[in-house]
Design a protein around this ligand. Structure first.
Ligand code: SAM
Length: 211
């Protein structure tokens, strides 16, 4: 996601440490304590500017959402929107999702969302794709057995790759939708990228799978 460099981002992140948790490894196994309730934890990997997670948090007030976003300047945009939304069921982590097992205990998470993940089309970058098997290994460990991994993208190549990756990992597909916007799903919460690409007429793919 392109975003102008924001020199004040570090300061903003430090000032908002109640929302953008600076030391997430300390809360492994204790996220519900931080939210101060027993509601299930769902995470979004690659949150971008936060539209999806805020929409989900409004739609499902009895779920705690944690947004994980690597890019500092993008995270700041998400945080500003979360603050404006006044949703108390969202926390944000400005970290790389490659270390999720250090931040979440086994079975601590009940849902995982991947939205319009970077496609990394070159073979030599396969390991960076968020549906590569090393990421699936992490998701499997932190997700409860019945927990759903939901993946949306406009990128056909990444979608095809991910279905094969899920299958090679013995995941069970619950849904494969090749044109999400052709059905009327009132529960679908659009992301920034989803709005942008679908307004240009691009098809949106969605897959739901369990381990
Ligand atoms: N999900 C948003 C949407 O649908 O509008 C943003 C999509 S954008 C193409 C992908 C985002 O994932 C970028 O903001 C990028 O910084 C983030 N990202 C990519 N790899 C990541 C990783 N390993 N850990 C955390 N965030 C990551």
């Amino acid at each position: 996601m392109r975003q102008r460099n924001k020199p004040w981002a570090d300061e903003f992140i430090q000032e908002n440490e109640q929302l953008i948790i600076p030391n997430p490894k300390e809360f492994k196994g204790k996220w519900k304590e931080l939210f101060n309730n027993e509601n299930p934890i769902h995470i979004e990997v690659g949150t971008g500017k936060g539209q999806f997670i805020i929409g989900m948090a409004k739609q499902y007030p009895e779920v705690n959402f944690i947004g994980i976003e690597l890019a500092k300047s993008v995270m700041v945009s998400a945080a500003q929107k979360v603050i404006k939304s006044e949703q108390s069921n969202i926390l944000l982590l400005n970290v790389n999702a490659e270390d999720l097992r250090e931040m979440f205990a086994p079975d601590e998470v009940e849902g995982i969302y991947l939205n319009f993940s970077d496609p990394w089309p070159k073979n030599r970058h396969e390991k960076r794709r968020l549906t590569y098997r090393s990421f699936l290994e992490q998701y499997k460990e932190i997700l409860v057995p019945s927990g759903i991994l939901q993946f949306k993208t406009d990128n056909r190549g990444l979608f095809e790759y991910s279905l094969v990756s899920f299958s090679n990992f013995d995941m069970k597909l619950q849904e494969v939708n090749l044109d999400l916007h052709a059905i009327d799903d009132p529960e679908n919460v659009m992301t920034e990228y989803e709005e942008k690409f679908s307004s240009k007429g691009q098809v949106i793919y969605r897959c739901r799978a369990i381990f």
